[in-house]
Design a protein around this ligand. Structure first.
Ligand code: NDP
Length: 333
């Protein structure tokens, strides 16, 4: 039984590879270049159960065809994780919407044409459930049944909105495919994913998009403005990885698994920094805890937590492990 993980170099995907290898699965990862595959293979200790195939750009709807032509019959499970996860563009269609949508359609069409796949898990997002405006509104409650109201035209106001909408359109395409073909689909819909990088050596001055929130706070100084001052929800990357395995190990067909372990805001992260890392001096405002702690919308994911049935990592632990890894790299631990 082989599991295909698209976007294997990603922050979350590397933890998924780790879980899969620990459970002895045969794993095929897609990477954008030979060098990236070689590096990752070495980092995992060159296991024979792990191999890589090159898929250069998922914007091309046929990008997955050579891989499925060659190895489609080996693949039982597809974890589709590759998607742009950044806000560094003003060409929203080219850099966010099209790769997200075409990537999902492309892998699904290749499955239909060449594969014998039993299960598809698509890494979607809380961003497919609500938009940024609503997710900051503390009077609202969302569940796994909700959808971001974005449209293709209206979402292109800024990169954050376009990213959120890209996750909605990609996820919708996956559900349409599942309905049409009968292929078993589960989606994973995490809120902000924090946590350590899989490999210490990959800690650089700039981390992946979601961890940059914590990285920015580590390197902030007293008096700095909290910009943007997030009021949202978090989940640890190691729990997100675990959920990807549960999604195909249990019968979760048709579920949108909402992953959140509760609220965070910048001040709550700073309070952990101030308490656990006295070498940092990040207090914002006159006292720790004086920042804006108003809650964002609630993501009521009790149903998903019941399905997953494992305990989630606390914000304290998640932030501690993330910060400790950065400070270790900087020689400040
Ligand atoms: P990363 O940016 O670390 O990983 C993204 C992966 O997608 C990388 O492997 C990247 O390749 C690949 N990729 C991006 N664009 C293309 C493209 N055009 N062609 C081929 N490959 C591409 O992000 P995360 O690990 O944080 O996110 C993984 C998934 O989880 C995404 O689908 C994201 O939307 C979703 N998600 C993330 C959340 C978070 O807070 N991090 C929250 C909710 C959902 P390369 O490394 O070569 O650039």
């Amino acid at each position: 039984m082989a599991v295909l993980v698209t976007g294997a170099t990603g922050f979350i995907a590397q933890w998924v590879l780790d879980c899969l290898l620990k459970e002895n699965y045969q794993v095929i990862g897609t990477v954008r270049s030979q060098e990236k595959g070689d590096k990752l293979h070495k980092q995992f200790g060159s296991p024979s159960k792990l191999s890589f195939e090159i898929v250069k750009d998922i914007s091309d709807t046929e990008a997955f065809e050579p891989l499925f032509k060659k190895r489609g019959k080996e693949i039982d499970i597809v974890l589709h994780m590759a998607s742009p996860c950044h806000f560094n563009t003003s060409d929203y269609e080219k850099d966010l919407l099209i790769p997200a949508l075409n990537g999902t359609k492309g892998v699904l069409n290749a499955i239909k044409k060449y594969g014998d796949v039993k299960k598809v898990v698509v890494t979607s997002s809380y961003a497919a459930i609500t938009d940024m405006v609503n997710s900051a509104d503390g009077s609202l409650v969302f569940t796994e049944k909700d959808w971001n109201p974005a449209t293709w035209e209206r979402c292109q106001t800024d990169a954050v909105n376009a990213y959120c909408a890209s996750k909605k359109f990609a996820e919708q395409a996956a559900w349409e495919f599942s309905k049409e073909t009968g292929v078993s689909l589960t989606t994973i819909n995490p809120v902000f994913v924090f946590g350590p990088q899989k490999f210490d050596e990959d800690v650089t001055s700039q981390l992946n998009t979601s961890n940059e929130i914590i990285n920015g706070l580590i390197h902030s100084k007293p008096g700095d403005k909290l910009e943007p001052d997030y009021h949202s929800a978090y989940v640890d990357v190691r729990d997100v990885a675990r959920a990807h395995l549960v999604a195909f190990q249990k019968d979760t067909t048709g579920e949108r698994l909402g992953l959140s372990n509760g609220a965070f805001n910048c001040q709550s992260i700073l309070d952990i920094l101030n308490e656990k890392f006295p070498q940092l001096d990040n207090t914002k405002g006159p006292e720790p805890g004086m920042g804006d702690t108003k809650p964002g919308a609630v993501f009521d994911n009790r149903h998903s937590k019941e399905v997953l049935a494992f305990p989630f990592i606390s914000l304290e632990q998640c932030v501690y492990d993330t910060v400790a890894q950065v400070l270790k790299k900087e020689g400040r631990l």
